[in-house]
Design a protein around this ligand. Structure first.
Ligand SMILES: Nc1ncnc2c1ncn2[C@@H]1O[C@H](COP(=O)(O)OP(=O)(O)OP(=O)(O)O)[C@@H](O)[C@H]1O
Ligand SMILES: [Mg+2]
Length: 314
């Protein structure tokens, strides 16, 4: 079993009472004598995610002993408080219980390599990034709608539980075999004081997020809010149904400078009744954006049939 405390990764005090940081060693073949690393699944700005076999599950004859292990990548692990960031991701995600949010198993430390890591369900499937690349004209409406609803439901649950994602983008959403999963709450935060006691980390210091999905106010250094998640979700949804980013992959600030908000067109495959809510969600001014339940309501209405549209035509 793992050590019950984080002493393995807490820097020891030196003679002046100051903490001396000991950088972690490389990820070993077996973590905490329990998780055998099999292969690297992906590396992001902060973490490295591996497929691993849980030797304990295997010992009990579990036919599905595989898990995903997320540790900090080598560059990030050098930050003395990086493990607090990983713990924050664990604590925030563990507060969520939803079919479309990744399920975490535990937060652990390995005493020998002085690394903290998270274990979670192993997901298999394309990310939304892969789907966007495979569908340059955008997804057909029915397929798009299913994804949009699942993503918005995951976010609605998260916001209702007081958790902001903070880094929503196509590579942080996967279409697993049994449905969509939102993951990577590494830049997440709690809403207001809903979860006191969790470490509050400065986004500005980390600079590990993706600017083209960042709301204007975040670029201006304002704190993360539900409205920023709405902007990011709207960019992802626009990209999914049109095949391209709403503002040509520019940041919100660059898009304003280029006047791109004035020429934004509705994606051709999007039913007309969804556009007003999606357009407002892409507003640079955060007070104009609707909340997630409003977006969800717009996308849950079925598209009017062709006959209906013809009859309503003036
Ligand atoms: N539970 C999982 N099962 C399978 N693969 C996963 C899982 N979690 C993450 N991955 C893979 O690892 C990659 C990196 O994971 P994650 O997004 O959590 O790391 P990150 O460093 O926080 O990324 P970012 O660059 O977004 O900050 C993902 O894009 C995905 O391909
Ligand atoms: Mg990621």
């Amino acid at each position: 079993m793992d050590a019950p405390s984080a002493t393995a990764i807490t820097p020891p005090a030196n003679t002046h009472g100051k903490k001396e940081f000991v950088p972690p060693g490389p990820v070993p073949e077996v973590l905490s004598k329990r998780y055998r690393i099999e292969r690297l699944l992906g590396v992001g700005g902060m973490g490295a995610v591996y497929r691993a076999r849980d030797l304990l599950r295997e010992q009990f004859g579990d036919p599905e002993p595989w898990v995903a292990v997320k540790a900090l990548n080598d560059t990030f692990a050098e930050y003395p408080d990086a493990h607090a960031l990983l713990y924050s991701e664990f604590a925030l995600t563990s507060r969520l219980r939803h079919a479309h949010v990744v399920q975490l198993y535990g937060f652990h430390t390995d005493a020998r390599c002085r690394r903290a890591y998270i274990t979670m369900e192993l997901l298999k499937g394309p990310t939304l990034d892969d789907l966007i690349s495979a569908n340059p004209e955008g997804l057909p409406w029915e397929q798009f709608r299913e994804i949009a609803m699942a993503l918005l439901q995951a976010l609605a649950h998260s916001h209702a539980r007081g958790v902001l994602h903070g880094d929503l983008k196509p590579s942080n959403v996967m279409m697993a075999e049994d449905g969509l999963r939102l993951f990577d709450f590494g830049l997440g935060q709690s809403i207001g004081d809903r979860l006191p006691g969790l470490p509050r980390l400065s986004r500005a210091r980390l600079a590990a997020w993706t600017p083209r999905y960042a709301a204007l106010e975040l670029l201006d250094g304002e704190p993360l809010s539900a409205a920023a998640d709405v902007y990011a979700a709207a960019c992802v949804l626009y990209e999914l149904c049109s095949g391209h980013h709403p503002f040509s992959r520019l940041t919100a600030r660059q898009a304003i400078r280029m006047g791109q908000d004035k020429t934004l067109e509705p994606p051709p495959r999007l039913p007309r009744h969804c556009w007003p809510a999606l357009r407002r969600a892409l507003a640079f001014e955060q007070t104009q954006r609707p909340d997630i339940p409003t977006l969800l309501a717009a996308f849950s209405q079925a598209a009017p049939s062709l006959l209906h549209r013809v009859l309503r035509r003036p």
